[in-house]
Unconditional design. Structure first.
Length: 568
């Protein structure tokens, strides 16, 4: 009888108007569409490509400069690209030449090089938007509209994602693949997880294999062993064979850069602490700066899961979501234990931190009711529970905008100043070169893509830095196959990597105090471009350096002029 009655209701259309079906249709309409998700993510990522600063000199000297050499025949070489050490694979660079190569041919070796730089960045930004879109879509289909909407919001307005998404770094590449792997975990596609992990680890950053360990455990339980093993072997060969052949071609000898990198960084063959040591709280402080309230919300995700289960809403705590965010805990624990720490090391898990925070925000009303229910009147508790997620999202947006504004206003000078170099440079007598020299500001050079004429060359002059500096790739020494004696793996200063004297430079880029006061030794030089820049060492209030607060930041920070000087 029930079956007949149900069929009769269906034929009359009454079942389609039941409260449950109505609620389901409303929820379906609230779910963000895939195209809408992608467009929402693409806009902030393109803005990042166009306006983001370069946060790390490793991005310039280990990636943009070798790429510039491949495209234009000159650029700076670090010790990691010396054939004697061969820690970096050229295959990673060649992947980017698929975009950069045609753009360089089209735009030429003059001012158009800057456009090549931004075209590559926009390609990276688009890949990031695609990977994030897949994660939001998977969360939407598995966990529902609310979690997906909050995740989309956090990804779009995150200052950390603004910084990481368009960076030309292996850590950002791993962020793409880890994000896609997380989406595959949620979609329950274990063999896709294996494929993304293999590409991210072998082509991007071998150390990041640690972050994929929770996904490996998932694959072992969710897929036939032989099928997963076959995918792992085949994808590894797809990456490793071109990698080994490419490095043989460029380094001029058989070498496995993947093993060289692991031997130096993991197996005790080197000492990364030579390049700086930070305390165990470095990543927590960094996350609070770049992700603000997203970081503590992510930390609370286990507690939020307990609250949901205690309220008999355990169905909202999905095991695959827990697996998807597990790399955050594994990865942060491992990199926090290493003495050498850098901001970019946290990039791989930025999207998963946002997912963790979104899960906490979904549970926040339940958490508020569970903690305040016995202290305040019921109506007040319900009001606070509804308001809490909105307040948190509002604060995240304001703090993120403040952080991005601080980055661009306080530290955007290098990208602004270098683009003002003359397109018709003054040449050094007897040569076809014009030398742009840097001293203490060597680490903020935004790459040779911003030198708007083929005659320009970067040169270092003596400064207060006492470590090893890069040197130009030298075709006479073998180019990429060369092993210059001036490069070492001990971070020891090498005098031969410095330009003989600043008097032999045609241009100089550095900091000078505001007010027209000349730098010592440059009284006879002409200022042809300048841009305000906040000096960290002279601005002790970290809050106003890290975040832009109207009026307060201007008063608290010490501003100097980032200048280009031209010799008379």
């Amino acid at each position: 009888m029930f079956g007949l009655r149900q069929r009769r209701n269906i034929s009359s259309g009454s079942l389609s108007h039941s409260p449950e079906r109505k609620k389901s249709r409303v929820l379906d309409r609230r779910k963000p569409g895939t195209v809408f998700i992608f467009l929402c993510l693409l806009l902030p990522r393109i803005l990042s490509a166009l306006y983001n600063i370069i946060h790390d000199c490793d991005e310039v000297y280990n990636y943009w400069e070798p790429l510039h050499f491949l495209l234009y025949g000159h650029g700076m070489q670090t010790w990691e690209y010396s054939s004697a050490y061969a820690l970096r694979s050229y295959l990673y660079l060649l992947v980017h030449t698929l975009i950069a190569g045609p753009a360089a041919l089209w735009l030429g070796a003059g001012p158009g090089k800057a456009a090549v730089f931004y075209i590559v960045r926009m390609a990276l930004a688009t890949i990031s938007a695609y990977a994030e879109m897949q994660l939001v879509r998977a969360v939407r289909d598995f966990a529902g509209a609310k979690t997906a909407q909050l995740l989309l919001f956090l990804l779009c307005c995150s200052a950390g994602m603004f910084a990481a998404s368009s960076a030309f770094l292996p850590s950002t590449f791993v962020m793409y693949t880890l994000t896609l792997a997380a989406a595959a975990v949620i979609d329950n596609h274990p063999r896709a997880v294996v494929a993304y992990a293999a590409v991210g680890v072998l082509l991007g950053w071998p150390v990041a294999g640690v972050a994929f360990v929770p996904y490996a455990m998932y694959v072992l339980t969710a897929a036939p062993f032989l099928g997963a093993l076959g995918t792992a072997v085949s994808m590894s060969l797809v990456v490793l064979i071109p990698l080994v052949c490419t490095d043989w071609l460029f380094y001029g000898r058989w070498t496995v850069t993947l093993w060289n990198f692991l031997k130096y960084n993991v197996a005790g063959g080197g000492d990364s602490s030579l390049y700086g040591v930070e305390s165990g709280t470095f990543y927590l402080r960094n996350a609070m700066t770049n992700l603000n309230l997203v970081a503590p919300l992510a930390i609370l995700v286990p507690l939020s899961a307990l609250f949901l289960m205690s309220q008999k809403r355990g169905s909202g705590v999905r095991i695959r979501l827990a697996i998807a965010v597990a790399p955050v805990w594994v990865w942060v624990a491992v990199i926090s234990a290493l003495p050498h720490k850098e901001e970019r090391f946290l990039f791989p898990v930025y999207t998963l931190i946002c997912l963790s925070a979104a899960m906490t925000l979904v549970a926040l009303p339940v958490m508020v009711k569970g903690t305040l229910g016995w202290l305040l009147p019921r109506q007040t508790v319900q009001w606070v529970a509804r308001l809490a997620p909105r307040l948190a999202c509002g604060a995240i947006m304001v703090l993120s905008l403040s952080r991005v504004a601080a980055l661009l206003l306080n530290y955007g000078a290098p990208l602004q100043v270098y683009r003002q170099l003359p397109e018709d440079p003054v040449l050094q007598p007897g040569t076809n070169s014009s030398f742009v020299c840097v001293g203490d500001e060597w680490h903020r050079f935004p790459s040779s893509f911003h030198l708007p004429h083929p005659a320009y060359r970067l040169a270092f002059v003596q400064s207060g830095f006492h470590g090893l500096l890069p040197r130009p790739f030298d075709i006479a020494q073998g180019g990429t196959a060369g092993a210059p004696e001036e490069l070492n793996n001990r971070n020891e200063k090498e005098p031969r990597n410095y330009w003989p004297d600043v008097s032999q430079c045609q241009y100089y880029v550095g900091l000078q105090p505001q007010g027209g006061e000349s730098m010592p030794g440059f009284e006879e030089w002409e200022t042809i471009a300048q841009w305000p820049f906040v000096e960290q060492s002279k601005s002790p209030q970290a809050l106003y350096r890290a975040f832009y607060v109207p009026q307060k930041s201007q008063l608290a920070n010490h501003v100097s002029d980032y200048v280009i000087l031209k010799k008379f």
